[in-house]
Design a protein around this ligand. Structure first.
Ligand code: NAD
Length: 251
């Protein structure tokens, strides 16, 4: 058997109880990491811990709440002392056309996708040492014009901008920052965009027709890309955006 790619590493994955975050946690543990997952709902976290099986701790919290982030990192500091890999993956989407955007819609999207991600990273830094890797989940929505996705796209474009800046700011510390941009991937976030199952199925069909590979992605396929960016396999990769989208952003 080859060497495990994250042997002995401590990883934090926000939004780790479902979809891409959960698949990433499962893959990281399979590759030898100890993972801390976060999410807002304890019941979801408990289910995820059961699925992941071992080498995992769940810390309940909201990434848009600074006290929750402090609690997350205090827990990690007390038990493991450091963070090698951070996957800032929590995100929400609520498709809303420009005419219907409200203050609340805008604030919620940015509070979680942009501001929450910023403080997730800032508060991890004191625990990170040389050679650490930060992976931020953006979206191909940040480079595609998609009706209803204006606020979400802008929040994910902010993630790309953060990554460029932090790549330079953190170079002295040897911490690499990269973004992952999934295309449509079959996770609960798809269901969250429709009012019922028929609507969600319609959305899945629509997305599939927009993707050159002719199907939606699977969470494990994004997890594999996250593993590459998290591990030493990408030791000379910094500041990039890696699309995992079946070619959608290229056409
Ligand atoms: P998901 O809904 O399964 O995962 C999102 C996770 O974020 C959930 O675990 C949720 O609990 C967590 N989260 C949301 N708000 C939070 C908050 N305030 N505090 C803490 N956690 C919070 O969907 P997913 O597809 O796995 O999404 C993961 C990431 O991938 C998101 O950032 C999403 O924007 C991005 N993404 C997804 C797709 C896709 O098609 N699935 C495409 C592009 C980008």
């Amino acid at each position: 058997m080859g060497k495990l790619q994250l042997e002995g590493k401590i990883a934090v994955i926000t939004g780790g109880s479902s979809g891409i975050g959960l698949a990433t946690a499962q893959r990281f543990v399979a590759e030898g990491a100890y993972v801390f997952i976060t999410g807002r709902r304890q019941t979801e976290l408990d289910k995820a811990v059961e699925l992941i099986g071992s080498n995992v701790t769940a810390v309940q919290g909201d990434v848009s709440n600074l006290a929750d982030l402090d609690h997350l990192y205090a827990t990690i500091k007390a038990s493991k002392g450091l963070v090698d890999v951070l996957v800032a993956n929590s995100g929400v989407v609520d498709p809303t056309g420009i005419a219907d955007v409200t203050n609340e819609h805008y604030d919620k999207t940015f509070d979680i996708n942009a501001k929450g991600l910023l403080f997730t990273v800032q508060k991890a830094l004191p625990l990170m040492g040389k050679g650490g890797s930060i992976v931020l989940t953006a979206s191909i929505a940040s480079v595609k014009g998609m009706p209803g996705y204006g606020t979400y796209s802008a929040s994910k474009a902010a993630v790309r901008s953060f990554a460029r800046t932090w790549t330079v700011e953190l170079k002295e510390r040897g911490i690499r920052v990269n973004t992952l941009s999934p295309g449509p991937v079959d996770t609960p976030i798809i269901d969250s965009q429709a009012s019922d199952k028929a609507g969600a199925d319609q959305l899945r069909s629509l997305f599939s027709t927009m993707i050159p590979l002719g199907r939606m992605g699977r969470p494990e396929e994004v997890a594999a890309a996250a593993l590459f960016l998290a591990s030493d396999e990408s030791s000379f990769v910094a500041g990039i955006d890696l699309s995992v989208d079946g070619g959608m952003a290229q056409v």
